[in-house]
Design a protein. Structure first.
Length: 329
């Protein structure tokens, strides 16, 4: 199987960017321990004005990014100038990877990359390698640097850095530059097995006719990262289709087994609150431990009068339309 997902705590990326809008103060790299040779722009500014117009670079299409191995992006060519890699890079999920580096002074630099993070919460401040650039500094040691490749939906390549030996935003900016360049230079890909969900488009997986019945019309389809999609009219109810790797679902949390047809069994589980939420999840491609490929259909309706029974019935109906459209082994 292709997946290397670790059970170690993930280096949180992407969604944490929401609401974090403070910029980084430019810090002289001579005060940092790591040995970068150049800094091409003041931290927080990017290179020049924010690019305008549509982003059409094929290297940053969702279909191109889904199969990129994120851990290969954190190779010596990209992070070698930061110091010595203290451990092997490891995945937290598809499209996300992290590695720890020891700088010249023995300080740890935590570097994570997320290929499908959401940069919402602030406007771009400049450019990086021709893409809109957004920077958010969480605190004195943590910085998020994002190269935006999609405005609608808002998505970008994010590098998160944690560093006590200098300015994390400087490290993040120069690392992101190398990552963007690597993505344009035939990056290493996963070894994708036949029938894998890794390259599948979740927004194209649900049947239009079924969605019209369940949601009352033809909904908009909004990519939520590389492997998830929300289908709605902008308000509840909402259908979410997600693909990921993980442990097989079971009934230990109160779920029940349901039949999706064609020999596919799933676990249907209502939400734990009084709101109308329900999830239907199944193993699409078996693997070892937490490397099973999973497909999930979630239904949410927070309107008054919505019921869990209706939520589960509608989630199941959509799941039955998704399962036969997924890639075949």
């Amino acid at each position: 199987m292709l997946n290397r997902v670790s059970r170690r705590p993930a280096f949180v990326l992407g969604i944490v960017l929401l609401g974090l809008v403070s910029g980084c103060a430019g810090e002289d790299l001579s005060r940092s321990n790591y040995q970068r040779t150049t800094v091409t722009a003041e931290a927080g500014s990017g290179q020049g004005e924010v690019p305008s117009g549509p982003i059409t670079d094929p290297a940053f299409g969702l279909s191109a990014l889904r199969s990129v191995d994120p851990c290969a992006l954190l190779s010596g060519d990209v992070i070698g100038d930061l110091g010595t890699v203290s451990d092997e890079p490891y995945e937290s999920e598809w499209g996300s990877c992290r590695v720890d580096v020891q700088d010249a002074g023995g300080k740890t630099i935590e570097v994570g990359v997320d290929l499908g993070g959401s940069p919402m919460g602030s406007d771009p401040t400049g450019a990086i390698e021709g893409l809109p650039f957004l920077e958010n500094k969480l605190d004195d040691t943590t910085c998020y640097s994002t190269a935006i490749y999609s405005q609608q939906p808002p998505l970008g390549v994010t590098v998160q850095t944690g560093y006590e030996g200098g300015n994390p935003c400087d490290v993040g900016y120069t690392t992101l530059q190398q990552v963007v360049r690597a993505l344009r230079a035939e990056p290493a890909k996963y070894d994708v097995p036949a029938g894998s969900l890794l390259e599948a488009d979740p927004c194209a997986s649900a049947d239009e006719g079924v969605l019209a019945q369940v949601l009352g019309g033809s909904p908009s389809r909004m990519a939520m990262g590389l492997h998830a999609c929300d289908l709605s009219f902008g308000t509840d109810p909402t259908i979410s289709v997600r693909f990921r790797a993980g442990y097989p679902p079971d009934t230990s949390d109160g779920g029940t087994e349901v039949d999706l047809g064609g020999g596919v069994k799933a676990i249907q589980e209502p939400g734990s609150t009084d709101t109308a939420e329900c999830s239907v999840e199944w193993v699409h491609l078996p693997g070892e431990d937490d490397a099973n490929e999973l497909a999930t259909v979630d239904y949410y309706d927070y309107n008054d009068g919505a019921s869990k029974d209706d939520a589960c019935a509608r989630a199941l109906e959509v799941a039955k339309s998704v399962a036969p459209k997924l890639p075949k082994a």
